[in-house]
Design a protein around this ligand. Structure first.
Ligand SMILES: Nc1nc2c(ncn2[C@@H]2O[C@H](COP(=O)(O)OP(=O)(O)O)[C@@H](O)[C@H]2O)c(=O)[nH]1
Ligand SMILES: [Mg+2]
Length: 338
């Protein structure tokens, strides 16, 4: 990706004549559109708290988004994701691109220890106004981390960063869900001696558009690269786009080796999606469908909270005591949800 091929101009106020916002939602939307990074950070904090009042601004922000390239980086803990993300940011900055990073780390619920580590590692970008870095940990958000991450992406996307990078630990369903917001997913592996690769075991290889074997300084790196390549040829990677053969890139993130090549491969995947309107379109539809399903799930969950009053203790007791059944109760609750 070169500066000349940049598809998105730097964020600038989209409305030429700023008017006095009628209410708080308008003010938030105007600030985000104008690229106000501090407002954006505050908004993400409110999203993390699960504030219901944000629906209106998020609706407006979603409608003006869609121009950022969203790239996901996932893989097991300690594989070198944060190190690689920081290096990718450096490569893209050199290419003249503005980058936002959302590090989603469910493993640090309270202390934020791992997240703090990520922040420190990325500090070299700390003073660069072309970079925005934000961590999200699961602080018991209502509706879960994946939903909060989706809302945060809506905010970042509305700011028209050239690239939005999402980093998650590839271990659970939550993380796979977060990756579904990305157009291009980079799956990180570390070298292993055995016959198997972690990716196959983790069962998430179908979400990887590009495979990275990091820690290329390790003696087993080439072996792991070959194994991954074999697995891809054998079709075990189950990539939904049959016209795309996921490349395998070897990196040494601590030194930045292979990172420019990875950025090129990411570029190629975006170019591939752009060339194949059907693949690009079906991916957009899949992402939209996922957003709707995720929100619907969240809305139903909210309605089932004890303080909502829809689901009474008596009706639950009736199911527990087998006087009623969960099928009938679920159907009647659905019918009563407006
Ligand atoms: N030997 C080696 N170590 C690396 C490499 N990349 C990252 N590391 C180290 O691996 C550890 C975990 O890295 P981190 O980026 O925090 O991994 P994450 O948990 O996947 O985000 C750190 O100590 C890094 O310095 C590499 O290419 N080679
Ligand atoms: Mg990390």
């Amino acid at each position: 990706m070169t500066a000349a091929r940049r598809i998105v101009p730097p964020a600038s106020p989209a409305s030429p004549a700023p008017r006095a916002p009628a209410n708080e939602a308008d003010a938030l939307v105007a600030a985000v559109r104008a690229g106000d990074v501090r407002c954006c950070a505050r908004l993400i904090t409110r999203i993390e708290r699960g504030e219901a009042a944000l629906v209106e601004p998020l609706q407006a922000l979603y409608r003006i988004g869609g121009r950022s390239r969203i790239v996901g980086v996932t893989g097991p803990p300690g594989a070198g994701k944060s190190t690689l993300v920081s290096q990718l940011v450096a490569v893209w900055r050199k290419r003249g691109l503005r980058v936002a990073v959302l590090a989603v780390d469910p493993s640090s619920p309270f202390s934020g220890g791992a997240v703090l580590g990520d922040r420190l590692r990325m500090m070299e970008h700390g003073c660069d106004s072309g970079v925005f870095i934000r961590s999200m940990a699961s602080r018991g958000q209502l509706g879960g981390l994946a939903k909060a991450a989706g809302d945060a992406l809506t905010v970042l996307d509305a700011m028209s960063w050239d690239i939005i990078l999402i980093e998650t630990v590839g271990v659970g369903q939550n993380e796979t869900d977060v990756m579904r917001h990305a157009s291009v997913v980079v799956l990180l592996q570390t070298p292993m001696g055995g016959d198997d690769v972690q990716a196959a075991k983790a069962g998430i290889t179908e979400i990887g558009d590009i495979f990275v074997v990091n820690k290329a300084d390790h003696p087993a790196a080439d072996h792991t690269v070959r194994q991954l390549e074999e697995m891809i040829v054998m079709g075990l990677c189950l990539h939904p786009d049959k016209t795309w053969k996921p490349p395998v890139v070897k990196t040494r993130a601590i030194e930045g080796d292979g990172v420019a090549e990875l950025a090129d491969r990411i570029d190629e995947r975006f170019a591939h999606l752009a060339q194949l309107p059907d693949a690009g379109r079906s991916q957009l539809r899949e992402r939209a469908r996922h957003r709707v399903a995720e929100l619907l799930h969240h809305m139903v969950e909210q309605r089932l909270r004890p303080d909502d009053g829809l689901l009474s203790d008596e009706s639950i007791d009736a199911v527990a005591d087998r006087l009623s059944d969960p099928y009938a109760l679920a159907a009647s609750l659905l019918a009563r949800m407006d």
